[in-house]
Design a protein around this ligand. Structure first.
Ligand code: NAD
Length: 265
């Protein structure tokens, strides 16, 4: 049987998808034919505009749903609203994530709690809400956006590294639970992708390392990325489409790197 990357007839939810990697993934899924629900916690006019622009560009239905991924109820509501508006959610991309950088002894408890909620617990809540629909369809794809920091650590990122390592554990567990039900669950572990989240880290890293912006990019961020190039959001999108396609049906429970060789070192 010829395999294609056509996702027509599928319904995707991408959390945290009005910018950066999430928007890159949502764009690729829509261009592959899936109906897509975009999400953020912000409900800005531009969020709705991004959805209608993508719908026009890709020629598929795209909606924007406001939901704060730090709230369990909002995670469930996101899946429910997407199913009502577009049909049963059968592609779920857990992408929403935040970062905070500080030495462990100064790390604010509120930041630890927020990172755990948004970067880890939200995936538990959305998966829990979406799996019954996938089981009923006998088809599903879950892609969790982890990080090279799901496989390795860096100083000053205790909460982020812990949450991303946890996300890989959740990925493996869900993959085993769904293995005979036509649904897969994988994690992508990117290295540095140039997005607003990374832009936001540069001033903190400049302070922590007492370096210029240029030196932080070259000697701190891309120092561990042997290709010396940022990953692109388009590459993240294409990777996700591949996992969501029939070509990806035997890939499950995996932590797949897209890190320019970072974790090979
Ligand atoms: P970004 O800041 O550009 O985008 C994050 C998105 O999440 C935004 O759309 C934001 O509105 C949304 N968001 C934040 N808090 C939210 C909340 N409470 N509820 C709902 N949405 C919320 O970040 P990015 O760099 O595109 O990162 C996306 C994911 O990729 C994150 O999980 C991040 O940890 C991971 N990641 C990024 C990189 C990188 O280099 N950029 C590397 C590895 C992993």
């Amino acid at each position: 049987m010829a395999l294609t990357l056509d996702l027509s007839g599928h319904v995707a939810v991408v959390t945290g998808s009005t910018s950066g990697i999430g928007l890159g993934i949502a764009t690729s899924l829509a261009e592959a034919g899936a109906k897509v629900a975009l999400n953020s916690h912000l409900d800005r006019e531009e969020d709705h505009q991004i959805a209608s622009d993508l719908a026009k560009k890709a020629g598929v239905e795209v909606v924007y749903i406001q939901a704060d991924m730090s709230s369990a109820e909002a995670c469930v509501s996101l899946i429910e609203q997407a199913s009502e508006k577009l049909g049963t959610v059968d592609i779920l991309v857990n992408n929403a994530g935040i970062q905070y950088v500080a030495p462990i002894e100064d790390f604010p408890v509120s930041k630890w709690d927020a990172i755990m909620a948004i970067n880890l617990s939200s995936a538990f809540h959305t998966i829990r809400a979406a799996v019954p629909g996938m089981k009923e369809k006998g088809w599903g794809r879950i892609v969790n956006i982890a990080s090279a920091h799901g496989l390795t650590a860096s100083p000053y990122k205790s909460a982020y590294v812990s949450a991303k390592h946890g996300l890989l554990g959740l990925t493996k567990t869900v993959a085993l639970e769904l293995a005979e039900l036509g649904a897969t669950c994988n994690a992508i572990c990117p290295g540095y992708v140039l997005t607003p989240l990374v832009e936001g880290q540069i001033p903190d890293q400049m302070k922590a390392h007492n370096m210029s912006r240029e030196d932080v990019i070259k000697n701190v961020m891309l120092d561990r990325q042997p290709t010396k190039e940022f990953v692109t959001v388009e590459q993240m999108g294409a990777f996700t489409v591949f996992l969501a396609s029939d070509a990806g049906s035997q890939i499950t429970g995996a932590a797949l790197t897209a890190d320019g060789g970072w974790t090979a070192m």
